[in-house]
Design a protein around this ligand. Sequence first.
Ligand code: WTA
Length: 652
Amino acid sequence: MSEELIFHVKPQMAANAHVTVTRLGLMQNHAMNNADAFWLEQARRLDWMRFPTVAGTGGFGGEGGGVQISWFGDGVLNASVNCLDRHLAERGDATALIWQGEREEQSETLSFRQLHERVCRLANVLKRNGVGRGDRVAVYLPMVADGVAAMLACARIGAVHVVMFAGFSSSGVASRIRDSGAKLLITADEGRRGGKTIPLKRMADAALAELGDAAPAVVLVARVTGSDVPMQAGRDHALEPLMADVSAECEPEPMGAEDPLLILYTSGSTGAPKGVLHTTGGYLLWASLTQEIVFDHRPGDVFWCTADLGWVTGHSYVVYGPLANGGATLLFEGTPSYPEPGRWWQVIDRHAVTGFYTAPTAIRALMRDDPAVVERASLRSLRVLGSVGEPINPEAWLWFYDKVGHRSCPVMDSWWQTETGGIMIAPLPGAVAQKPGSATLPLPGVRPLLVNEKGEELKGEAEGHLCIAGSWPGQARTLWGDHPRFEQTYFSTYPGLYFSGDGARRDADGYFWITGRVDDVINVSGHRIGSAEVESAFATHEAVGESAVIGVPDDLKGQSLAAFVVLRKGAGAETQELPAALSRHVGVQLGRYAAPDRVVLVPDLPKTRSGKVMRRILRKIATGEHEALGDVSTLADPGIVEQLVRAMEASA
Ligand code: WTA
């Protein structure tokens, strides 16, 4: 239906946006015909200590060669200078960061000058504790200003931040600290969420205990709720007094463009989460360029991206993009409907938010409120809306456009990934008409293509696997400590191309419609979860012999997790409570967000003769499409299907 719906660029935007139709054409031509010059010109948006003379070098390998990606290799800069110092002269007193707590009265506004001081002090504290260039610093904080300061403080001294979502369990934190080799951890006493407190320090303590000798020697504890938490003498230090005790100035470290800026762990289809590594110059350029052109950033804008700092969206569009562009960024601690429905709309009105970037799951949840809730809000400050993280269904798009944007704000449905560093496919407010449900067209210099299973490029209207031909500055350079896995994961399926793991369709206008993951990554409420990760978590439960985890369509979350679990022989009686207990167990292992909604105990899994689990069959059974099972003759035991169907029905 929705393909017929087109929302044309507003005349006001068409005339005044950063990227008009004419400019877009020029950018595309330039990027295509003289890529090096185009990217070096884009690099001028950053402040460099030494301006680069080269743009992109290296490549995606292909026949035999390895994957080496480098951008602006001889350039020197500092990311925190680009987000702070360079704005001081002209708008030092302008707002850089608005922190809004769960409750109205908890709010804090920092100017660029104030944030600069906070960052410098924290950077000095890090240095005093032995952190230097190239060292990894783990950050496990709730949505508070110190989270932003921690990231920029690392950037200032050349340390690599490894930010972890506050919803991760202690085991999740431990495995990320172990893999990254972080030598210092920044955490908080507690976090707040939806009227409850999250015992962050206690979780961090459990992670450190699990790490034993591999635990960081120093833990800095920020004060958020002010609760008394146990502090281990010699290891744990309250952050505030240390900050008061150091200089408010800190010389920025000159960093090579290709020096690492950050590691972010993300789920893949196999194994443990991977440490995606982004470097300084290209990543920063991508975050700032895309934030400016996709959201048509203007001086005085207040940008609110609702993502947690622990995900890439929080990195690029809460911190680096808006701040590099000199805009105010809003950090909200709470959930959309606490203490009452409509909380988000109050925040938009109170802080006169101009750009609002959120996820389809949140939009779908908000649509369920009483219509009067959103209608009560003014929302007149909004100019551009954005959606990210999962496919947005046209109904949610239209509601967002109508009820939140009052039919005057374009909706930027933006497709990208942790690995891409920033937005890749999205409309531009002044240049690209939108179709609800489509991420529309690639940004200038981005070359997406569709291939079939054999790796043959599909032209014109087609549906296939989404790949990118050729590098762009924001691209991840490697997986921390495992370059072979980087090459294998992204560049071996279709040699010479970056494979996203997503499927997509291209329509007659060249518009891309992302259909979702084509691998074993499951997207729950915009959170990437690897089936292998959840299966490993099940395996640590004494009753579990084997499991298979799949994603099933969910009206609210996009997808939800369903698990088929085979109990270990002699594991004891199967009780009615066991499925729920197993799900909780996964929640404890990985974090609540990864606890399956449905756990079905089954006698066996559907396997091929070589022992491979046929997830396709599980997906059909889970969605009740028994008639459409397809070919089951390759199953080692075709009789298993009947038993699985019965188990599924019994568990409903
Ligand atoms: C999905 C989040 C459809 C996709 C930025 C991708 C989307 C994964 C969209 C990356 C979109 C992201 N439409 N699907 N606009 N944006 N995705 O790494 O499956 O947390 O591969 O990065 O989210 O998730 P990640």
